[in-house]
Ligand binder design. Structure first.
Ligand SMILES: Nc1ncnc2c1ncn2[C@@H]1O[C@H](COP(=O)(O)OP(=O)(O)OP(=O)(O)O)[C@@H](O)[C@H]1O
Ligand SMILES: [Mg+2]
Length: 451
């Protein structure tokens, strides 16, 4: 006998309570409680816990089949998946409304189908005609793509078992419902229960499933966070407003690095892979610029050249404003503090804005020197050559510290026609035609950005 109990649970950490709470006592998140239902009895005990009757096996006895990954052929996406989609895995593809999730999924389906693999595209959101229209626009016409509109999870599972496709796409998990679960599709319980059912199907059949999920405004995948824990990979498709690029980023990946990103551009004919983003980002750059500096950052295994822009201006009264986009705010404050103390710049009455052009987010401390250079240039109104690249981390004492993958960064700069690299002292760069300038301390920046 299955007994249903109404409870409230935290979407962030899963903490359960029998009444609604404003703040979660476990993870301290505000407004994170949603109405939920819990089942007691056989059903709750784990209907989908066992993926197969293998019993206990010694590690070497487990034999992997030849081809464990499906390479879609969309290089930008394969890289984020960790080298292709792993068989039997379940991937959550999340993103804001209209970002291009269905477009990307259909393109993945198209490329996979072109290799002779059968793809099942299950839609609960759009009619077959709508998907066909999109496919026509994307010039996808493979005989190996099969479409169906279905939202009942049991029927979806049965279809997967019957059709045995090489890849399944479900658009979206919020429209899928499970019979017997007493809440509407898209609710916390429905998403969790349907997710568990699909996870079981993927593991049992070995068919990889891509689940599309909508992300709410505050960045949560609508429905439970628990889905993020259940699935093998959580991939976000994101874009800053007004940004030309759409970025595919792994939030979690059991089969690959989470540092890699895939960069796309949305066009009428679908998403175009951006293979040389640095080139696009640095297009139309004047030879000299005030309040600007170029840096090479590493996104996974790829070196990316970015322009950091800074604007400073004196504020006559009130608290000066500090606004940053694309870099960490606390890191920015730290760089300001170092500059104020070590180069004795009086920045305290200045409004300061820092922006990473193109809308890419920089998570690396290797960009510290470039941020400092851009601010210095804007403050002193001295232009910086846009053929110069800055790389280095700043220590609290003003010292410029080493960065990883220096040669890769220099090579990328050289490839794109830069002629000067400002790098930390004691670095050991490989052979290069670039003019290398080593600096030990932030105080030396004044000598580099001359009148
Ligand atoms: N000719 C076109 N027709 C429709 N959409 C286009 C066209 N050209 C480009 N697009 C882009 O495709 C995007 C819609 O993509 P898609 O439907 O894949 O998004 P989604 O993330 O699946 O959205 P939803 O959350 O509504 O399911 C639009 O925001 C638009 O930018
Ligand atoms: Mg869609």
């Amino acid at each position: 006998m299955v007994k249903k109990i109404n409870i409230f649970s935290c979407v962030s950490c899963g903490y359960e309570s029998n009444k609604w709470l404003g703040k979660c006592p476990s993870c301290n998140e505000w407004n994170s409680f949603v109405e939920d239902a819990k089942f007691k009895g056989k059903h709750a005990a784990g209907e989908y816990r066992n993926f197969g009757e293998t019993g206990v096996m010694a590690l070497p006895e487990i034999i992997l089949s030849e081809e464990e990954r499906i390479k879609t052929g969309i290089i930008e996406a394969d890289r984020v998946f960790g080298g292709g989609i792993v068989k039997g895995s379940i991937v959550l593809l999340g993103g804001e409304p209209g970002i291009g999730k269905s477009t990307l999924a259909l393109m993945l389906a198209g490329k996979t189908a072109e290799q002779g693999c059968k793809v099942l595209y299950i839609s609960g959101e759009e009619s077959l005609a709508q998907i066909k229209m999109r496919a026509d626009r994307l010039k996808i016409s493979s005989n190996n793509i099969f479409l169906v509109t279905e939202t009942a999870v049991e029927k979806i599972a049965a279809l997967i078992e019957k059709e045995k496709p090489a890849l399944v796409i479900i658009d979206s998990i919020q429209t899928v419902y499970k019979d017997g679960v007493d809440s509407v599709a898209g609710s916390f319980t429905q998403v969790r229960e349907s997710g568990a059912h699909l996870l079981y199907t993927a593991k049992k059949t070995g068919v990889p499933i891509i689940l599309i999920g909508h992300v709410t405004k505050d960045g949560m995948i609508a429905g439970p966070k628990t889905l993020e824990h259940m699935v093998d990979a959580v991939i976000y498709f994101e874009s800053e407003k007004y940004l030309q690029f759409r970025i595919l980023r792994a939030e979690k990946n059991r089969f690959g690095s989470t540092n890699e990103i895939g960069i796309f551009e949305m066009t009428d004919e679908g998403l175009k892979e951006v293979k040389s983003p640095s080139k696009m980002l640095l297009e139309n750059l004047a030879d000299e610029k005030t309040g600007s500096s170029i840096v090479t950052v590493m996104e996974g295994t790829r070196a990316l050249m970015l322009e950091i822009q800074a604007l400073t201006g004196r504020r006559a009264y009130g608290t000066p404003q500090r606004t940053v986009t694309g870099i960490d705010y606390n890191r920015f404050l730290l760089i300001l503090a170092i500059m104020e103390r070590k180069i004795e710049l009086s920045l305290e009455s200045q409004d300061i804005f820092v922006n990473v052009a193109g809308g890419i987010k920089v998570n690396e401390t290797a960009a510290d020197l470039a941020v400092a250079a851009a601010i210095y240039s804007s403050f002193t109104e001295r232009p910086v050559s846009t053929k110069t690249v800055f790389m280095g981390e700043l220590g609290l004492d003003g010292e410029v510290r080493q960065v990883k993958h220096l040669d890769l960064r220099i090579q990328e700069a050289q490839r794109l026609g830069f002629n000067k690299c400002v790098i930390p002292a004691k670095s050991k760069p490989g052979k290069t035609e670039m003019n290398i300038v080593m600096i030990k301390d932030i105080r030396e920046i004044a000598g580099i950005i001359r009148q």
